[in-house]
Structure formats: structure tokens, C-alpha cells
Design a protein around this ligand. Structure first.
Ligand SMILES: Nc1ncnc2c1ncn2[C@@H]1O[C@H](COP(=O)(O)OP(=O)(O)O)[C@@H](O)[C@H]1O
Ligand SMILES: [Mg+2]
Length: 132
């Protein structure tokens, strides 16, 4: 069975809203209950906002896999990168005067959360939530 793969270019905050909505719809469609689907949508929103704030543009790819019962998402950009990934994942750490809860909160809401980032090259975050 072919799985839906949605690659959403993120260039404006409106694109982030679109990505968030699609994550909600796709996760509900594959059977995640609303509270779970909402978490996935929040993660997409937080990672999308980070793309806008720190990199200016990037992409979010949604990979719902009904057969394997997981929802995977990838947020990537070719922005400045993250110097200290552990620090960036610390609660309340922010270089923009924000709440500093986007990455730490997203990590807590997902089953797998992997940050790849190289200064001057970009950032790619891959996250997975299983349908239990
Ligand atoms: N895509 C990104 N590119 C570069 N730096 C990032 C990116 N995403 C997050 N960061 C860094 O990680 C920090 C923590 O992110 P986050 O937890 O979302 O908090 P906030 O956005 O409120 O600062 C940011 O302040 C920023 O320095
Ligand atoms: Mg953030």
C-alpha cells in the first residue's frame, strides 16, 4: 500500500499553520486519538516556527505510515545550524528571548527525536510517534 508523503515548503508563518493542520488531519486519519494527534501537530508547529525564526525558510515532511503504525516528521533547513545541541534541548534555553520550550517540549511529546545540525550548514530534526 502506498503511503502518503507530504513535503511542505516553509517560507512564511502561514506555511507553518498549513503544515500543522496537515499533520493533525493525517494523524487523525491513521487512527491517532485527538490528544495524540494534537501533540504531533504542536511539534510540527514548534519546529516550523523554529525554521522561520532561525533559518528563514526550510521544509517539513510528513510521513504517516499506517502499515507500520507510526507517524514520522522531518523538519529541515539550511540556516545557521545549532552550535550546542544539548544546550538547545535544555528547557528554557533560548537565543531569541523565547520560552525555550520548543525543542525540549517536542522531544518529550515524541517517541523518537533526533537532532542533526552543523553550524553553517543547517539543521534536520527527525521525530517519530508510534500508534500504541
Ligand atoms: N532550526 C534551527 N536553526 C538554528 N537554531 C535553532 C533551530 N531550532 C532551534 N534553534 C536554537 O535552539 C534554541 C531553542 O529552541 P526552542 O526550544 O524552540 O526555543 P525558542 O524557539 O523559544 O528559543 C533556539 O533559541 C535556537 O537558538
Ligand atoms: Mg522555538
Amino acid at each position: 500500500m502506498a503511503e502518503t508523503i507530504k513535503r511542505i515548503p516553509v517560507k512564511t508563518f502561514a506555511d507553518v499553520v498549513t503544515a500543522r493542520r496537515q499533520a493533525l488531519d493525517l494523524s487523525l486519519a491513521m487512527g491517532f486519538p485527538m490528544p495524540e494527534a494534537t501533540k504531533i501537530a504542536v511539534v510540527v508547529s514548534e519546529l516550523g516556527r523554529n525554521i522561520m525564526l532561525y533559518a528563514g525558510e526550510g521544509t517539513i515532511t510528513l510521513l504517516p505510515n499506517e502499515a507500520e503504525r507510526y507517524f514520522k516528521l522531518i523538519a529541515q533547513d539550511q540556516g545557521p545550524g545549532i552550535e550546542d545541541i544539548d544546550l538547545a534541548l535544555t528547557e528554557h534555553y533560548s537565543t531569541s528571548g523565547g520560552l525555550g520550550l520548543g525543542l525540549s517540549g517536542s522531544k518529550r511529546m515524541m517517541d523518537e527525536f533526533e537532532v542533526w545540525s552543523v553550524v553553517g550548514v543547517g539543521t534536520r530534526i527527525t521525530a517519530v510517534r508510534y500508534l500504541h
